[in-house]
Design a protein around this ligand. Structure first.
Ligand code: BJW
Ligand code: ZN
Length: 235
């Protein structure tokens, strides 16, 4: 069977995505050529320690990323996934991304494992704020208590949001096909999701421009750009 047939025959397909799905929208990935961490070291920016040391520096990085995403648009890869959901083939998207581009493409059921660039959270009182656009000033402050706001994302060493994680695990358990798109597969526990699905009998189809840490466990590996491959197999 080819991949399009596997998809067409599936009863509960989920999509597991990483930064590579947004690369063709002009959003930099984390690792690899042109990745965010070629220029910035993760331990300087994506950890609670970094934020405690220099919240303004960390916020400047997030404000810049908010601006990049604000000015970006979903690409044909995001659109194909949303169309597959509208057709009833894809049941949900489990994403490591914080950019919100799946939702902007029209995907309805999106589980965000690493939070969102479009929310802030008060480090003092816990209040959560939704953002419509990039923050104005850095670091932003809480309207309720004046505390320091942080991006509502998951940094290294922090637990994943419990509800999102539980939902993703349940979706993986009941899936029969997982499309793994544009992730290096090195960050855990997120990268357990395709493994959990496979343990439950799912077929794993990976789309990436190069082999990843998940390629050895994938049943099919399609080498190519998400924005080109996904519209083809969604036809
Ligand atoms: C294309 C393409 C195109 C390009 N088309 N493809 C084992 C088990 C559990 C945990 C650990 C473990 N070992 C180590 C850990 C700790 C750590 C971890 O995983 N470290 C590893 C890196 C070694 N994990 C954690 O700390 C996690 N928390 C945790 O474990 O908590 C434990 C705990 C429990 C209870 C109490 C307290 C603690 C948290 C991880 C949080 C990750 N956060 C980040 C930042 C989010 C916020 C932000 O955006 O700023 O999440 S890091 C960053 O990596 C981001 C991403 O979501 C994540 C994954 O990256 P992704 O999406 O795969 O992107 P890239 O750039 O790596 O890859 C892009 C891919 O696309 C490449 O393969 C390209 O080839 C491809 N590509 N263009 C298709 N056009
Ligand atoms: Zn507050």
């Amino acid at each position: 069977m080819n991949v399009a047939n596997v998809l067409a025959a599936s009863r509960h397909c989920i999509v597991f995505t990483g930064a590579g799905i947004s690369a063709e929208s002009g959003v930099p990935t984390f690792r690899g050529l042109g990745g965010l961490w070629e220029r910035y070291r993760p331990e300087e920016l994506a950890t609670p320690e970094a934020f405690a040391r220099d919240p303004e520096l960390v916020w400047r990085w997030y404000k810049w990323r908010q601006e990049v995403v604000y000015n970006a648009r979903p690409n044909p890869g995001h659109m194909a996934i949303a169309e597959l959901e509208a057709l009833g083939v894809v049941k949900a998207v489990v994403t490591q991304n914080v950019d919100g581009l799946h939702q902007r493409a029209g995907s309805r059921r999106v589980v965000e494992l690493h939070g969102s660039l479009w929310r802030t959270r008060c480090t003092k009182c816990g209040a959560v704020y939704k953002l419509e656009r990039p923050v104005d000033e850095v670091p932003p402050r809480c309207g309720k208590c004046g505390g320091l706001l942080r991006p509502d994302v998951v940094w290294f060493g922090e637990p994943l949001p419990r509800d999102a994680w539980n939902e993703a695990v349940e979706l993986a358990r009941i899936s029969d096909v997982v499309l793994v798109v544009g992730t290096s597969g090195v960050v855990y526990p997120a990268a357990y999701i395709p493994h959990i699905a496979k343990q439950g009998g799912a077929v794993v189809i990976e789309i990436n421009v190069e082999p990843s840490a998940l390629t050895p466990m994938a049943d099919y590996f399609i080498r190519g750009r998400a924005g080109e491959v996904l519209p083809q197999i969604a036809e």
